[in-house]
Design a protein. Structure first.
Length: 275
C-alpha cells in the first residue's frame, strides 16, 4: 500500500474528478491535482486512512455522507468580497429596481453566495432603494454548508472588507465591533433579517427555491463543462419571473450556452417579458 505522504496518483485524481463532476457539476482540471492532494490529505489523517484510494472508497460507500460533504466543501472555491464587480450593483440600483412592481414582493437570489458578502451587498442596495416598507427578500445559497454558517453570522474582518463597501452604506448598514468584536464589522439587523440562506446544489432540483426577479450567479459557470452550463442556464431561466434579470461574471458568457436570455450588457441578461 502506497503511503498517503507520497501524494495522489493519476488514477485516484481521475476518480475525484469524476466524483465532483457527478455530484456538483464541477470540472477539476489536471492543474488542480496538487490542490486536491493538499486539501484532502488532512482528511486521510483524520480518518486514519493510508491513501487517497481508501478515502475515495470511504466517501462514496454511502456510510459517511457527512464526510462526502466535507470533501465537496474542501474542493470548492469560495472567493468573494463585498460589492465585487460594482457595476452590477449600480445597474441593479439604476435600471432594475425602478421597474419593481409597487406592492409586489421582490426576490433576489445570490445563487453561489459563499460566505454571504454578495447577498448582503444586494440587500444593502435593496434597503437603500426600496426601503423597509416594501416586500423584498434576498435568498443566498451554496453547496458548501460551512460557508453558509459563516454567512449567517453576517460578521466579517474589518480590514479586509471595509474599503469594499461604499462609505454611505457602511455608515448606515454596518456596525463596527468593539471590545471582543474589535476588528470586525457586522451587517445591521435591519438588513440581516431580509436575507436568508439555504444549502442548494446547482446540479440538483432548483424548483424549491421559488421564483425570482433577479438572479446573481457570478464566477461559477467557469467551473462547469458545457452540458452543465446549459442545464444550469435552463434551470435559472425557469426560476426567473418574466422580465427577470440574470447577472453572471465578467469572465463568463451565455454565447453557445443558452438562447433563452436576451443580452443587455456584458454579463447581464434578461428573460423575455410574458406576451
Amino acid at each position: 500500500m502506497r503511503a498517503e505522504a507520497d501524494g495522489i496518483s493519476e488514477g485516484e485524481f481521475t476518480r475525484f474528478q469524476a466524483l465532483m463532476q457527478r455530484v456538483a457539476g464541477i470540472h477539476l482540471p489536471t492543474s488542480k491535482k496538487s490542490l486536491v492532494s493538499g486539501r484532502l490529505s488532512k482528511r486521510l489523517r483524520a480518518r486514519g486512512l493510508g491513501n487517497f484510494g481508501d478515502y475515495y472508497r470511504h466517501i462514496v460507500g454511502g456510510s459517511d455522507p457527512a464526510e462526502l460533504q466535507t470533501a465537496i466543501e474542501l474542493l470548492t472555491t469560495n472567493e468573494t468580497y463585498f460589492f465585487r464587480e460594482p457595476g452590477h450593483f449600480e445597474f441593479l440600483a439604476r435600471e432594475v429596481l425602478p421597474e419593481a412592481r409597487p406592492g409586489a414582493a421582490f426576490r433576489v437570489w445570490s445563487a453561489a453566495s459563499s460566505t454571504g458578502e454578495e447577498a448582503y451587498s444586494i440587500a444593502m442596495v435593496l434597503m437603500d432603494r426600496l426601503g423597509t416598507s416594501a416586500q423584498w427578500e434576498v435568498f443566498g445559497s451554496d453547496i458548501n454548508s460551512r460557508v453558509l454558517d459563516l454567512a449567517r453570522t453576517a460578521t466579517y474582518p474589518t480590514a479586509r472588507n471595509e474599503e469594499c463597501i461604499p462609505p454611505d452604506y457602511r455608515r448606515r448598514f454596518c456596525l463596527r465591533g468593539t471590545g471582543g468584536m474589535a476588528g470586525k464589522l457586522r451587517v445591521d439587523a435591519a438588513v440581516r433579517e431580509r436575507v436568508r440562506f439555504a444549502q442548494i446544489n446547482l446540479n440538483g432540483d432548483l424548483k424549491g427555491a421559488g421564483e425570482f426577479d433577479v438572479i446573481f450567479l457570478r464566477n461559477v459557470m467557469i467551473y462547469f463543462d458545457l452540458d452543465m452550463k446549459r442545464r444550469v442556464a435552463a434551470a435559472l431561466h425557469r426560476q426567473l419571473r418574466p422580465g427577470g434579470w440574470l447577472f453572471i461574471g465578467h469572465s463568463e458568457s451565455l454565447n453557445g450556452v443558452s438562447g433563452q436570455f436576451q443580452p443587455v450588457r456584458p454579463a447581464i441578461y434578461r428573460k423575455e417579458l410574458a406576451a
